[in-house]
Ligand binder design. Structure first.
Ligand code: NAD
Ligand code: ZN
Length: 372
């Protein structure tokens, strides 16, 4: 990628840097909160806000406090659950005047909650019935987002990942994609190092796995190559302190994560991470993928080496499954969950994936993970 911007000026004037066609209008701004509120007013919208509660302590988000139609989500407590979606859907439905847009403000967790609420508003079942692929769903309210943490690409993807009573799985549907995303990299200045690091690791893993995928489109792979180089450079330079140049590049890499996910698919590290997540209710997605990548040295040698260097270079402890209560007792269940992630194994190994991603192969990965 040429002429990568290092500041806000460069970011605002840069040509669109993604190749995959995205359904989202991407608005770049140096004053994201104001831009979003003005646009809602100009379009005479009746928004319902889903906001990460941590943001209310930060002055830049103060104007959101005055919003009446507001649900505060504590993303530090848990990833969004199907029950959270049902709660917010009934709040939105109880309003006297129908809300025509759900606005998600926060990291991937809060944006996903808003996205799920947006689509579930027009679909009568509880959210857990819509976890999956290819289900027939109606379009709900419009979905707008304002990311405050860069990396997941959730500001673009048609996916809302939810923890349900049976499984962690996304609602995957075109009507789950945000129609507007306001991108202001400066809004990430209050993020703790731990979160900045691991969410950017997830960004790196998305790009790495799509670049190495056998089923992803050419455009998706090209986007992922650029995203890989951006996220790699940021993680190598150190994410300890907030730096505007890194914030700009992280926002760019995150959008590429979203665009490359539209035509591309991640692989084995994400498949393995879903087994871990199902058995570890408190295990954040990004940490789960890191643990998985560390167990896939033979399959993904560069990904493994990079992961080790990023952890070391940023002074982060190596995460372990045991820290999240996952042990030998969980191996069988995790193996079954991961075995079910057929599209991801196919993405990793190609058409003859069944010969490689056998039950024994997957069980051995988990046995290694829990023995550390
Ligand atoms: P997150 O949304 O869970 O947030 C992590 C932490 O950072 C939270 O404690 C949150 O309160 C805090 N935070 C967010 N913005 C902040 C700010 N500006 N200042 C201070 N603190 C801030 O983290 P994430 O990694 O962005 O999202 C993870 C979630 O996204 C998971 O649920 C995962 O499954 C999902 N995900 C979705 C997609 C998708 O395509 N939809 C892709 C990858 C991951
Ligand atoms: Zn991920």
């Amino acid at each position: 990628m040429k002429n990568v911007p290092a500041d806000m000026e460069g970011f605002l004037s840069h040509q669109p840097w993604w190749r995959t066609r995205v359904p989202t209008e991407i608005i770049r701004s140096r004053e994201g909160v104001g831009e979003l509120l003005r646009r809602l007013e100009r379009e005479n919208r009746n928004p319902f806000f889903v906001v990460d509660s941590v943001l209310l302590n930060q002055p830049v988000f103060a104007s959101l406090l005055g919003q009446k139609a507001l649900y505060l989500f504590d993303a530090s407590a848990s990833e969004p659950k199907t029950g959270d979606v049902d709660t917010v859907v009934s709040m939105v439905k109880s309003a006297s005047k129908a809300h025509d847009v759900v606005v998600g403000i926060g990291g991937g967790a809060t944006m996903d909650l808003a996205k799920a609420v947006g689509i579930c508003l027009a679909n009568p079942g509880p959210a857990q019935t819509y976890q999956g692929y290819g289900l027939d769903m109606k379009k709900g309210a419009d979905i707008w987002v304002l990311p405050t943490l860069s990396g997941t690409g959730a500001e673009i993807t048609p996916i809302a990942v939810l923890r349900g009573p049976e499984k962690k799985l996304g609602i995957n549907n075109p009507y789950t994609a945000p129609s507007v995303a306001v991108i202001d990299p400066g809004l990430t200045s209050g993020v703790r190092k731990y979160n900045r690091f691991f969410t950017l690791m997830d960004c790196y893993f998305h790009h790495y796995e799509i670049v190495n995928s056998r089923t992803s489109s050419e455009d998706a792979v090209s986007d992922a190559r650029d995203g890989l180089s951006l996220s790699r450079n940021i993680l190598m330079s150190g994410v300890g302190e907030f730096r505007m140049d890194n914030a700009v590049r992280s926002a760019m890499a995150s959008i590429l994560g979203g665009s490359s996910t539209i035509g591309g698919r991640v692989g084995a590290a994400h498949a393995v991470s879903y087994g871990l997540s199902n058995s570890g209710p408190a295990l954040p997605h990004s940490v789960a993928v890191t643990i998985s990548m560390l167990a896939l040295r033979e399959l993904y040698p560069e990904g493994y080496e990079d992961t080790v260097s990023f952890l070391r270079g940023n002074g982060m402890e190596v995460p372990k499954a045991g820290d999240f209560g996952i042990g030998a007792k969980d191996v069988e269940k995790m193996t079954k969950t991961a075995l079910g992630m057929e599209k991801l194994w196919q993405s990793c190994f190609g058409d003859r994936w069944k010969e490689r991603a056998t039950e024994e192969y997957i069980r051995e990965i988990y046995e290694r993970i829990v023995s550390l």
